[in-house]
Ligand binder design. Structure first.
Ligand SMILES: [Zn+2]
Length: 601
């Protein structure tokens, strides 16, 4: 049993069947009904948008034997209609410009055109890829077009109208075929599958439709291939297999590494992909597509149909990843991949180029968002890394003057003064039965490291830089320093994470904990924990980035509560500049050190 490809089996048969070209179909119908059919038509449009199908429908309409004049609704059953459908009607001659480029063929055409049609009303020449004709052939054709016999019609189709002589163009009525909308293609595929008694996920059909880029023929041949591979249900995985698309975990892993600025992990991930036999181009395209999807997810509603993701886990993972990048970084990454894909085509050293592109993206992300950069910096510095030198902390000249929650080093030194709940022998954290805010504040970092020990490191990252503000009725309100507002809003957008952190805290503290975020600008002015929750301060207290280029001298407002040494000496500045992190920031942002605050040891 031979298999007829879908594109042939499901070719549109009437003007009303044509998918995505309603405007052209309607105009032709009107012309037929109004007896205004032109001598020559030029159908212009990219491949697979229905030009040939429309030409055949027009031919049937002109010659249908069921009616005694041209009709907008050919019967599709008479001898003429059937022969046209099969492409072997004696009066409808199909010429492929690509294979009949010679002048001889056209001369023959001219001679034959003189004779009246054998059966139909018209002798119809359908010339596909007409732009491929040689100049000699064009000229010969032109002669026929100049004085066409009454019984002759020309329907020419092209993908490149600019290659057609203006003298020919001027003698044709031109129709521009649109690329078919992805939605129209998807709906058509669905209809076909229903006829075939096959099932497919809608999302798969949308994906095929998008891959086909407006060409129904391409969509149908993809579907043909899928059908030949499948043993029942058509799935996205099957399509990935067909196209050699990398598995989504692989790309997710790679993008995660890039987002975390983890160069070594990113390069290992690339190696893994290549070891699986993926071509650089496919990997690059998949990566670019992934960044594109992240960009869409960042900017569209969660359930947007602009990304084709059927797998719920993958979708959730990607929604998370979308928050790792800002739009600028994503646009940058897409551009880097574009350059790479072009370079890979012409270069013999694809792999190094690919790895270099990954390095570019991994490093660039670090610098794309000043706020995140500064957060990162402070995160690094609050870690008890270089205790001997103290940790110089740059502070915004305009930051609110409240005593900020101290980095880990300082908090730790204080813990020694209170009863130590950390039993070193049992290596267990034993919380007191009655919690109060002092305890929570002093033990915060210990509590967090306890959560970390219980395998919830990723949760801790969210609140590492926060400080407890109040504890009332099992509700723990934490606050972030104004510089950490990025982290704060990140957390605010993630109620699930808040809940998880609350749960982890409850685990460690042995009692229910509801976690709550203090409003922006709420400052820790009341160590007794009685500060009202939900206190807001106007937006103008939003801090400037820690280091501002051309920062002005110390403002009056903040000087009052500043620790001694608010104006650092040149030596101190020089010393601070020895810190690689500070030097990095200075290089990138071009700022100056205006203020140094030391963490105690
Ligand atoms: Zn007919």
């Amino acid at each position: 049993m031979s298999y007829t490809v879908l594109a042939r089996r499901y070719r549109s048969e009437t003007f009303d069947d044509v998918v995505g070209q309603q405007a052209v179909a309607q105009t032709l119908k009107n012309a037929i009904e109004g007896d205004r059919v032109a001598h020559a038509y030029l159908f212009n449009g990219t491949r697979g948008v229905g030009k040939t199908s429309m030409a055949r429908i027009l031919a049937k309409a002109l010659n249908c034997l069921t009616f005694d004049k041209p009709t907008a609704k050919p019967c599709c059953k008479c001898e003429s209609c059937i022969a046209v459908n099969e492409g072997n009607d004696i009066d409808v001659i199909e010429i492929d410009g690509a294979s009949n480029t010679g002048v001889d063929h056209i001369r023959e055409l001219r001679q034959n055109a003189i004779y009246r049609p054998a059966r139909g009303r018209f002798k119809i020449y359908i010339i596909d890829e007409v732009h491929m004709l040689s100049t000699g052939a064009f000229n010969a054709l032109l002669k026929t077009l100049e004085e066409p016999p009454e019984h002759v019609k020309f329907i020419m189709a092209t993908t490149e109208p600019n290659k057609i002589l203006p003298t020919i163009l001027s003698r044709c009525q031109r129709f521009d075929f649109r690329n078919i909308q992805a939605n129209d293609i998807a709906n058509h595929l669905k209809k076909i599958l229903t006829d075939e008694k096959m099932e497919a996920e809608d999302i798969l059909l949308r994906r095929i439709a998008r891959l086909a880029r407006g060409s129904m023929r391409d969509a149908l041949s993809l579907l043909d291939q899928l059908l030949s591979m499948s043993d029942g249900k058509l799935t996205l995985e099957l399509l990935d297999e067909l196209l050699g698309t990398p598995r989504s975990e692989l790309i997710i892993g790679l993008v995660e590494a890039i987002g975390q600025n983890n160069l070594s992990a990113a390069l290992i991930q690339v190696d893994k992909a290549l070891q699986e036999g993926l071509a650089l181009e496919q990997l690059g395209q998949a990566l670019q597509g992934h960044f594109r999807d992240l960009m869409i997810l960042r900017n569209c509603p969660d359930d947007t149909e602009l990304v084709d993701l059927s797998d719920k886990t993958v979708r959730e993972k990607m929604a998370e990843q979308a928050k790792m990048f800002d739009d600028a970084a994503l646009v940058y990454n897409i551009t880097v991949m574009e350059e790479l894909l072009r370079a890979v085509k012409t270069s013999g050293s694809g792999r190094p180029l690919f790895e270099a592109a990954v390095v570019r993206m991994t490093v660039s992300e670090r610098f794309s968002d000043t706020k995140a950069l500064i957060e990162q910096l402070q995160q690094l510095q609050s870690a008890p890394a270089s205790p001997s030198r103290g940790n110089p902390v740059t502070q915004s000249q305009s930051a609110p003057a409240a005593p900020a929650p101290r980095p880990a080093a300082l908090v730790k030194s204080e813990t020694k003064k209170v009863s130590d709940p950390f039993n070193s022998e049992k290596k267990q954290f034993t919380p007191p039965e009655t919690l109060d805010i002092e305890f929570l504040q002093q033990q915060w970092q210990n509590i967090l490291s306890e959560i970390e020990k219980r395998g919830k490191k990723s949760l801790v990252a969210f609140v590492q830089l926060s400080q407890p503000l109040s504890w009332e009725e099992q509700t723990l309100t934490i606050q972030f320093r104004p510089e950490q507002n990025g982290m704060r809003s990140l957390l605010q957008d993630r109620p699930e994470q808040m809940q998880e952190i609350g749960g982890a805290l409850a685990d460690v503290l042995g009692q229910p904990v509801q976690l709550c975020l203090a409003s922006v600008g709420a400052v820790d002015t009341n160590r007794s924990g009685k500060t009202a929750r939900g206190k807001t301060t106007p937006d103008k207290t939003e801090p400037e980035p820690a280091i501002m280029p051309q920062a002005k001298p110390e403002p009056k407002a903040s000087s009052a509560k500043m620790p001694p040494g608010a104006k650092p000496s040149q030596t101190e500045i020089n010393e601070a500049m020895q810190e690689p992190q500070i030097r990095n920031v200075q290089e990138i942002l071009g700022g100056k050190v205006r203020h140094i605050e030391r963490g105690k040891n």
